[in-house]
Design a protein around this ligand. Sequence first.
Ligand SMILES: Nc1nc2c(ncn2[C@@H]2O[C@H](COP(=O)(O)OP(=O)(O)OP(=O)(O)O)[C@@H](O)[C@H]2O)c(=O)[nH]1
Ligand SMILES: [Mg+2]
Length: 677
Amino acid sequence: MRTLNLGILAHVDAGKTSLTERLLHSAGVIAEIGSVDAGSTQTDSLALERQRGITIKSAVVSFAVGDVTVNLIDTPGHPDFIAEVERVLGVLDGTVLVISAVEGVQAQTRVLMRALQRLRIPTLIFVNKTDRAGARTGQVLAAIAARLTPAIAAMGSVAGLGTADCEFRPYGAGDAAFTARLAELLAEHDEALLADYVRDETGLSYRRLSRALATQARRGLVHPVFFGSAITGAGVGDLTAGLTRFLPAARGDATGPPSGTVFKVERGPAGEKIAYVRMFSGALRVRDRLPPGGDRRDAGGRLPPGREGERKITAISVFERGPAARREQVRAGQIGKLWGLRDVQVGDTLGVPPAGRPRHRFAPPTLETVVTPRRPADAGALHAALTQLAEQDPLIGLRRDDARGELLLSLYGEVQKEVIQATLASEYGCEAGFSASTTICIERPTGTGAAFEIIGTPPNPFLATVGLRIGPAPAGSGTAFRLEVELGSMPFAFFKAVEETVTAALRQGLHGWQVADCVVTMTHSGYWPRQSHAHAHFDKSMSSTAGDFRNLTPLVLMDALKQAGTQVLEPVHRFHLEIPADAYGPVLPVLARLRAVPGAPVMRGSLCLLDGDIPAAQVRGLEEQLPGLTRGEGVLEAAFGHYRPVRGAVPSRRRTDHNPLNREEYLLHVARRVAAR
Ligand SMILES: Nc1nc2c(ncn2[C@@H]2O[C@H](COP(=O)(O)OP(=O)(O)OP(=O)(O)O)[C@@H](O)[C@H]2O)c(=O)[nH]1
Ligand SMILES: [Mg+2]
């Protein structure tokens, strides 16, 4: 029995959930087709999803195609929930990218396709909604080729386009234009085929082309395109057959060491944690104890006190043709739900890390809001609730301003904000107010800076030697920590303490923003060993501890960063506008006021198309003004593009820690913390 872990990805409202429902029905898993609009689908099962008619969380369902178990993961299409998609990408064998035949390729479709291509995930394209008035196939195909990838092959045509009677008509051996297209496309990645094609353009057999298409599609080199309708069912049979023909089944050695990735965490009816794991090799069984989660070990490799026993699997259910069923084990290739792992988090590796699976990261959230409880007495409950939500969603970045007793939450957008607010109220009984969202900038070092403090040498009050150098790295590369000192020169726990503290301290640079795209190098290290003289007791005043390294590192790092200097950058979205041609005049000054930089307009009949950049902070302003400027006809797509230096006054972000940029204040805080113990 083979398994295919299949993602359904698309822009919002393209019809992913409706298609999922249709696939389940045609596979015989459900007797009646649910509807998104009636709130009765299998995968939009959360109350909020049913009310709003949008998908918020990814959901797994399973069905069989021949001897293949397809585990389908329905994902949200709204850009505010891109974090859900990010996690799912790491566990897929293949995807169906859905595009609406009416709305066509959207900014979000491009964001998704870029990620799929980077990760080389084999992808079929399904052009949905061919039953709707305004559906276009030729134009959508041209847009796919121009904006997503030229490596596509339309697998058929549509009869009755734009009507409820539309039908998908697959091409076959007799369609000369189809076979010519296949030959041309497939020859690009197949030398033998190319040689035969050059020798005789029409001489390649259909069987050979068909086989080459399957091989190349399974390797993610070409993308078969199907057409149809999730509502009428047109084309869904051909798509289903295409899943097993053009996408590769899961590979993985069931006898190897256990290796799996947790891509979703939810809470059961009794509040218990349920982890969704995709296994890459080996198997996990009920009563297995997992080694501690690496990322939550302290510098000495220990789990926080009292949590050591929390990683025993108490129950497993596995997706196999329908809902997950109780099993004794989950094996390589399968997706299972695990109970009992109380400290598990999304993104955790269970067992050994899966080999050769690169990660894709979408742009981080660019908005931030202050959350305050409506009733001051709820402050503790609010913090606990948001912490729990953040566990299920690592991209809910939660910061706590101890001085003001406020919580700051990073966000992708306003819809996500509304969803979090509604979830807090309905699931946690916690009414909270959210401030207007502000933009999250980043800081990049502009030069190189270095600093060190030597043990036993004033003004260093800590029993540790730490030297750090910080310098810029290419845009988008994140932060890296390197050693220029011998690893054997100190206990490993001390290095780990420095590295962890550097990562934490970089969250707030000179202006309070995350420091990005930099390399931090440890240039000096030193410690005083534990007292070992005869009769001498362990003397904290003479022996270094990891705490000394944790306390000293922020001071040294900020000294180095001050020397390096930083530049503040703001997030900028790439936008695509379609407006009536006569609205171009009125729209242009509004764009200028919003600090947008449009490119040259392209006139297409009565339409004007404009591409350009706009600061993330202004996207909402443009969304609000567009209907008034375009008689409600303007269409705006925007997605994160890049960061650019802030012009004019540099914005500072409120710090949530005790500021290591101010040595006196910081040392006072450390002293108070030590005294409080
Ligand atoms: N006419 C027509 N309507 C469709 C089709 N597929 C989906 N819809 C409608 O389009 C809307 C969105 O469908 P969904 O299935 O929720 O789309 P989705 O891609 O799952 O949306 P998100 O998960 O929120 O991104 C609903 O009103 C559906 O009834 C189709 O093939 N034809
Ligand atoms: Mg959906």
